[in-house]
Design a protein around this ligand. Structure first.
Ligand code: DAK
Length: 266
């Protein structure tokens, strides 16, 4: 079992590699994910990140039920906070994160995908928040991110019933952006990541930061931040290069960001 990071063409692919247990996440995996996202966040050569699960059955079949089954409330608090730290690391990573969901995304697996910026899945993907059937509520952000993604009513249905939904329903309710055949999922994720990687890293980072504000800020303060973010871009190399390239009818050559770090890190 491991968390593997593969770098190619300015794109980092992070793979949760524990297919025998359907990539279920225990505390070690969560620590590994945290480390992987911290490393990629600080790597100026990385322009987009793909997160996926090893094998053809599961993205992540949830938190490790075996590990959870004997936890005390204090241990559960630590486990829940570790899951939250991973979700926050994904959200605060300057580069966009695409979840390539290649099968089951249950419980903590669905919550992990929800922390990503974009979700695409294979035709065999199955989603659920089945926690209430195990006697617990969702604990890695599902009660907060699912309602913001699909709306309170649909999120309540999914969380209260714990029912499983297939890829077509996930697409219909806006839980995923697109559905692809299993054997072309990673290629579609790469194409999207390369498209992002071709744009200005500075402008993409600013955009990610501003989109994040739409989730928690009042629209008027979000718009005020947008004005600042927009102004921040002017005078930067990429703004001058992007606009010059337009007039010179050539492809712009954008700069890697010199000092990438997790937003909010000291
Ligand atoms: N945990 C541990 N092991 C798991 C697992 C999981 N979530 N899911 C699968 N496995 C293991 C199975 O036990 C089996 O192991 P062996 O028996 O071979 O040793 C192996 O993976 C293959 O699974 P199956 O034999 O069951 O495979 P099938 O194809 O028959 O079924 C399945 C696939 C995904 C339908 C089934 O494995 C399944 O129902 N898995 C559990 C899915 C689930 O309920 N997931 C949600 C877990 S709850 C919190 C923190 C976190 C959370 C909540 C609160 N706080 C601290 C507040 C998050 C909770 C969850 O994610």
């Amino acid at each position: 079992m491991s968390i593997d990071t593969n770098m190619s063409q300015q794109i980092a692919t992070i793979t949760i590699n524990n297919p025998d247990r359907l990539n279920a996440l225990d505390a070690n995996h969560l620590e590994g994910l945290l480390e992987a996202f911290r490393a990629t966040a600080g790597d100026a050569s990385v322009r987009a990140i793909i997160l996926t699960g090893a094998g053809e059955t599961a993205f992540v079949a949830g938190a490790d039920i075996k590990e959870m089954s004997t936890m005390s409330p204090e241990e559960a608090m630590r486990f829940g906070r570790l899951g939250h730290a991973v979700g926050s690391a994904i959200e605060r990573t300057p580069q966009p994160v695409i979840a390539a969901i290649n099968g089951f995304a249950l419980g903590g697996g669905c919550e992990l995908a929800l922390a990503c910026d974009i979700r695409i899945c294979s035709t065999n993907a199955v989603f659920a928040q089945p926690e209430v059937g195990l006697g617990i509520p969702p604990g890695w952000g599902g009660t907060q991110r699912l309602p913001r993604t699909v709306g309170k009513g649909i999120a309540s249905d999914l969380i209260f019933t714990g029912r499983r939904i297939r890829a077509d329903e996930a697409l219909r309710i806006g839980l995923v952006n697109a559905v692809h055949e299993q054997d072309s999922l990673m290629e579609h994720a790469s194409v999207m990541a390369r498209e992002i990687a071709g744009n200005s890293p500075a402008a993409v980072r600013l955009s990610k930061r501003l989109i994040a504000r739409s989730q928690d800020a009042h629209p008027s303060s979000g718009l005020a931040e947008e004005a600042h973010g927009f102004a921040e871009a002017f005078g930067m190399h990429d703004q001058q290069e992007g606009m010059s390239a337009f007039f010179e009818k050539r492809k712009p050559v954008f700069e890697n960001e010199p000092h990438l770090e997790l937003e909010g890190d000291a």
